[in-house]
Design a protein. Structure first.
Lengths: 618, 598
């Protein structure tokens, strides 16, 4: 997104806050004029007080200066307070809004941005915006105004000295522009080298076993030294530029002072009408005119990085939700659904930027799943199994064809309903740090939904969810956990369901995580239960037990079981065998074992037995 | 109470030791470092000369004494001082940049080679993320110290000292006056900084909490969608963000109030000098020029004194960061070679385990009383439940860890009595997770053996069935594997690691068979490659699926750290024991009925 567009949007969001900006402007005017009145008074203090020998005048001007100093300090503080409050609030709004918007993403949106990318936008970018907004608000009026007013005062006090100031200001601006240009480039180069160093570092550690196995520590050292040396050289440049610019900017101030002393002093000595106080004040005005230019120079990098961060955050906020309710959506009563699923000529390709690169992951799928059936889906990694089931609750939309649940196109069902009708227990499900109970019930916490919808002014049609079908009670949770064979191990934990688990559930075993994950999906009380490789980490006996108890609990519910192991689907009403995005066979285990070569191959490789003529030999 | 104080003292001492050691990396470059200090002193002198000359000029102007030429001469001196000031400032910073970057280079490479030398035990104790952060984040903080804070504070101290000397010579009254106001301001700003510090502490905590929350959700966002958890999360995040907003405002305000106070004080100071100085001038106690000079001095003093405050926190965090770096550097290298350990000569591949006991953590035995031997060229299969100790056996054969008792011998050489490198180089390993470097395919293959030629690598790739797909890559063997092979399929990566092991081609082989699912055709290609790789080598295959070790010369069945059964596939099946159960469990459950022909 272009910088200007971003700023425009920001201003749009700030509508209604204009009175604060105007107030801030008034404060800045007072503070700038006040700041410059101080040396103005000091020149009177010198001329009419010290030089003229009048102590009363000296004291009264001193008091004026003091009053000005306090007023300036006060205005300055208020102005900062406005900037701080403004920037913090803007960031809170952006952060919270972006997070909420990400929550509405379906899988397409989540694939487009990696999780670390999204995180950076929510954290680092927001931080950059805060600094940028703050710096801008503090300086946007102050710096130009200070420059103008300082020059005005200089002109009033000593018009003969204006040209000294003009030269210095032009030279300073030129120097700063050059500095920013070159140092930005040098920093970018340094960053490239820095990234390279990190890469070498990370690989050498992640691959430490390979390094040690082939005894190549020396090579790693050499590789790292090279990257480190390159970084050292690249890091010098920006530092050299910095070493140049800082004393140079100070020198400008001193040279200006010297110039004014010389020109003003010569004039004073030759009696051309300049006063001692005038020369002294002129020196201060010149410094005051030069400083805002420096401030702006140092501020520019913060502002530009703030603007580009703002662009990145707006990109998220403006990202169109890839899957949303279509205009044809009609409310559906979950209780009246039976759970039959029909794929008609479904094709699917993951959305990519370059159309030519898009490859069909699913080709022409036709599949009928009757209500209450247990269907196994089998195939190698990348054959399209997971993709197939992810289309049912519209984690992605089909590219072609249609999917119907009990004759209703899934795109005509409200999303809020659909995701309770067809629930997927994802492969490699995640858990969040918190109690087990929280992890299990937060998907069916009606109160939280209603409240959030109110707070964020979202139209949440609760009717679409049919609160009658979901239940977040303790009993419902225990029932789900029992069916998933999770109740037993949860009961042995110190606080049972109130036990706090670590992020990602890393303190649980893989099998325990999978069982809890199934329980969480069961809580949604779906009509179509989809288990995507959800029992790969539990042993065969447990797997069988879970399947049986789900069968008991979810009477009449359609089950779709995606698996790598034949043992997981061996008793299914039908097994769908997939290869390279196509359905190659559908049938019961015995049928496939008899007739299908691919199925026989898989069977052989999993059980270590050849299948001559469809007979199993041990 | 007392121990708390002792702890604080010890911490303070630790910080000083770390800083001193860190500075050692700068002072190592004696000539340049001393030159830099000398130039910094020159810089401060120039800085102090400038207001002094301004004062002299003002005296000339106010007294209307002195001739025009005298005035012009002294302006010339002023300009020269300003230019010298610029030269000194520029040169000292350049020298520092050079020395500091050298120091960083040394720190980086030292810690890196230390990490490389460390045993696997070292890596077990520390997650890679933490080590990464030691070398990057911690050294960034150290960089900040070496390149900026150290010099700024040094320069500030020198400037304050030199300016004070100048001031005392010029006018002791004004000096006292200036110091009183400056110290008053510093006291107030120290007070405000403490309030701000507390507020920032709170903010930091809440920020960390918010970041952690966001990170967790973002990395599990698909789960959030699938289990309809969005609503409560939106609400909770909004609450956290609100809190961060509020404490952010408080923290920023209290710290920025400082800026406003400093501004008022700076003006106040000038006003005091003007007023009191004015009276002194009126009573002929001081010259007008002194007054102007002191206005200049007060700003010269103010900046460094506030800087010392501002950089305090940075210096502390640099010391803490450096402490973490030094801690790694100082850690004793585990598993060093015995002194004058001989290299292991080229072996035939005879491996003997005699009564081997092993524990990662003392007291928690992982392996108990393991004995077996393998003859050159034999294939030994290892199987057993997860966590039984299969991989551990291989980890001690390659001496990644030392055993508690018993002995491991390769061709009658105890593994702990020969140089580790010469042992490992004779054992090729194909690990469970295929790991490749972001480099060309050719370089990845050459990695296996110092001095391997292109021909060696191509031959190996052909043997491993990898040649065909390599040639299909955009630049063939010169294709760079981005992200360590992120563009390749799992199967292709496995074939490359097999080819890599072929390039090494030693007498012994460890194969930790991967569990990942690849399509049946690729699987076949991989198996072919592995068989060729095993030819003529003593091979240890850690099996996750029993089908791959059925042809082994000997299968070791390991359970809970013990070899409980051994023999060929058929012998083990006949025993009708653990292996039999393991084998049959694949068919258990509901399959049982089918196998037995229900």
């Amino acid at each position: 997104m272009k910088g200007l567009e971003v700023v425009k949007i920001l201003f749009r969001d700030w509508k209604g806050s204009y009175k604060w900006l105007i107030f801030s402007f008034v404060l800045v005017v007072i503070s700038v004029v006040g700041t410059l009145l101080i040396p103005f008074f000091s020149s009177f203090l010198i001329n009419d007080g010290i030089t003229a020998g009048n102590s009363d005048i000296m004291v009264s001007y001193g008091i004026y200066m003091l009053i000005m100093a306090v007023i300036v300090g006060f205005c300055e503080f208020l102005n900062i307070a406005i900037a701080v409050s403004f920037s913090e609030r803007t960031c809170h709004g952006l952060r919270s809004g972006a997070f909420a918007h990400i929550q509405s993403f379906s899988f397409g949106g989540l694939d487009k941005y990696s999780s670390s990318d999204l995180l950076i936008r929510l954290t680092t970018d927001i931080q950059n915006i805060k600094i940028g907004v703050q710096q801008t608000l503090i300086n946007v009026f102050k710096s130009p105004l200070t420059l103008i007013v300082a020059l005005f005062f200089l002109y009033v006090t000593a018009p003969q000295l204006m040209w000294v100031a003009a030269i210095l200001i032009i030279v300073e601006i030129l120097l700063l522009v050059l500095y920013l240009w070159y140092s930005t480039k040098a920093y970018d180069k340094k960053q490239v080298k820095y990234d390279r160093l990190n890469q070498v570092l990370k690989e050498s550690m992640a691959g430490i076993r390979v390094v040690k196995a082939f005894v190549r520590q020396d090579l790693e050292n050499k590789r790292f030294q090279k990257a480190s040396e390159e970084l050292r050289e690249a890091a010098l440049k920006p530092q050299y530029y910095y070493a140049f610019i800082t004393p140079t900017l100070m020198m400008m101030v001193y040279l200006g002072t010297a110039g004014i002393l010389y020109v003003g002093g010569s004039g004073l000595l030759q009696g051309t009408g300049l006063t001692l106080g005038g020369v002294t004040a002129a020196m201060t005005y010149l410094v005051m005119a030069l400083i805002p230019i420096q401030t702006v120079g140092y501020m520019i990098p913060f502002v530009t990085s703030g603007i580009s961060s703002l662009g990145r955050v707006y990109e998220i906020i403006n990202e169109e939700t890839d899957v949303e309710n279509t205009p044809n959506v009609k409310p559906v009563d979950i209780r009246k659904l039976n759970g039959g699923v029909h794929f008609n000529n479904v094709s699917f390709a993951y959305p990519v930027k370059d159309e030519k690169q898009s490859t069909q992951v699913l080709k022409n799928i036709n599949l009928d799943i009757e209500p209450g059936e247990v269907v196994g889906i089998l195939g190698a990694t990348g054959s399209g199994k997971s993709t197939l089931v992810n289309l049912i609750p519209r984690f992605y939309d089909v590219t072609d064809g249609e999917i119907k649940i009990d004759g209703i196109d899934v795109r005509e069902m409200p999303l809020e309903t659909l995701r309770y009708v067809a629930a997927v227990c994802l492969q490699g499900s995640n858990f969040f740090s918190g109690t087990i109970r929280n992890n299990l019930v937060s998907g069916v916490d009606i109160d939280a939904m209603v409240q959030t919808a109110q707070d964020f002014n979202v139209d949440l049609e609760l009717d679409n969810i049919h609160s009658g079908t979901i239940d977040s009670s303790y009993d419902a949770m225990v029932r789900a956990a029992k069916a998933a064979d999770a109740h037993e191990f949860v009961s042995t934990m110190p606080q049972e369901y109130d036990t706090i688990i670590a992020r990602g559930g890393t303190d649980l075993s893989g099998g325990q995580r999978q069982r809890l994950s199934i329980a969480r999906t069961l809580m949604l009380n779906p009509k179509i239960l989809i288990l995507d490789d959800s029992t790969s980490a539990v042993d065969v006996a447990t797997e069988a037990r879970i399947q049986d108890s789900i069968q008991d609990m979810m009477q009449g519910v359609t089950q779709i079981i995606v698996a790598q192991r034949i043992s997981a689907v061996i008793t299914a009403d039908k097994i769908v065998l997939m290869d390279d995005g196509e359905i190659v066979a559908v049938g019961r285990h015995e049928e496939l074992l008899e007739s299908n070569k691919l199925y026989q191959d898989i069977y052989a490789s999993q059980f270590g037995v050849e299948v001559p003529n469809g007979e199993v030999v041990v | 109470m007392k121990t708390a104080k002792n702890n604080a003292d010890a911490k303070q001492k630790g910080i000083m030791t770390n800083l001193r050691r860190l500075l050692g990396y700068l002072t190592r470059y004696k000539v340049r470092f001393s030159l830099m200090i000398a130039i910094m002193i020159g810089y401060s002198i120039m800085l102090a000369i400038i207001p002094t000359i301004s004062g002299i000029i003002m005296n000339i102007l106010s007294g209307s004494s002195g001739s025009l030429t005298e005035f012009q001469n002294i302006i010339f001196v002023l300009v020269v001082a300003v230019i010298m000031f610029w030269v000194f400032g520029n040169v000292s910073q350049r020298i520092l940049a050079g020395v500091a970057q050298k120091a960083l280079y040394n720190l980086r490479t030292e810690i890196f080679s230390k990490i490389q030398k460390s045993s696997l035990n070292f890596f077990d104790k520390r997650p890679i993320g933490e080590l990464m952060s030691n070398v990057t984040n911690d050294l960034d903080v150290v960089d900040q110290f070496l390149s900026v804070s150290f010099m700024t504070v040094m320069q500030a101290i020198i400037t304050v000292a030199i300016a004070t000397i100048f001031m005392i010579f010029l006018n002791p009254y004004f000096t006292v006056l200036t110091y009183i106001t400056i110290l008053g301001m510093l006291a107030i700003s120290a007070f405000l900084s403490r309030i701000a510090g507390q507020a920032f502490g709170l903010l930091q905590e809440q920020m960390a909490e918010l970041n952690g929350y966001a990170e967790e959700r973002m990395s599990g966002q698909k789960t959030v969608v699938a289990s309809n958890q969005q609503w409560p999360f939106i609400k909770e995040f909004d609450k956290m963000s609100q809190k961060v907003d509020e404490s952010g405002e408080r923290a920023q305000l209290s710290s920025m109030a400082n800026t406003a106070v400093a501004l008022v004080f700076q003006n106040l100071q000038n006003i005091i000098i003007f007023m009191i100085g004015g009276f002194l001038v009126l009573q002929q106690q001081a010259a007008f020029g002194d007054l102007i000079a002191f206005i200049g001095f007060s700003s010269i003093l103010m900046a460094p004194l506030t800087q010392i405050f501002a950089f305090y926190n940075q210096i502390i965090s640099a010391a803490v960061g450096a402490g973490r770096v030094f801690q790694i550097m100082d850690e004793k290298t585990e598993l060093p070679d015995k002194e004058d350990a001989p290299p292991l000569p080229a072996v035939d591949g005879h491996v003997d385990f005699v009564d081997v006991d092993f524990s990662y953590i003392p007291g928690h035995k992982i392996l108990k009383n393991n004995s077996f031997s393998a003859n050159p060229g034999q294939i030994i299969g290892l199987c057993g439940p997860t966590g039984a100790g299969k991989s551990t056996i291989m980890n001690i054969l390659t001496r990644y860890y030392d055993i508690d008792s018993g002995e491991i011998k390769v061709d009658d050489h105890r593994v702990d009595e020969v140089k580790q490198d010469t042992l490992r180089i004779q054992i090729a390993q194909v690990l469970q997770d295929p790991f490749l470097f972001t480099d060309t395919i050719m370089n990845n293959l050459k990695y296996a053996r110092n001095g391997a030629t292109d021909e060696d690598c191509i031959r190996a790739a052909k043997q491993a069935n990898a040649h065909n797909f390599i040639m299909k890559q955009p630049q063939g063997y010169d294709t760079i594997l981005r992200g360590g092979g992120a563009d390749l399929s799992q199967g292709q990566m496995q074939m490359l690691t097999i080819a890599r092991a072929m390039v090494a081609d030693p007498r012994m082989l460890i194969l930790d068979e991967a569990t990942s699912n690849v399509d049946t055709r690729t699987e076949k290609l991989i198996q072919e490659g592995l068989l060729r790789l095993q030819e003529g080598k003593t091979s240890f295959i850690i099996a996750h699926r029993l089908s791959t070790i059925q042809n082994s010369d000997q299968i070791l069945v390991i359970n809970a750290g013990e070899i409980i059964e051994r023999g060929t596939h058929q012998e083990l099946l006949n025993m009708n024991g653990f292996y039999y159960d393991l084998y049959m469990s694949q068919f258990r459950g509901k399959i049982n009925g089918i196998v037995t022909g229900k």
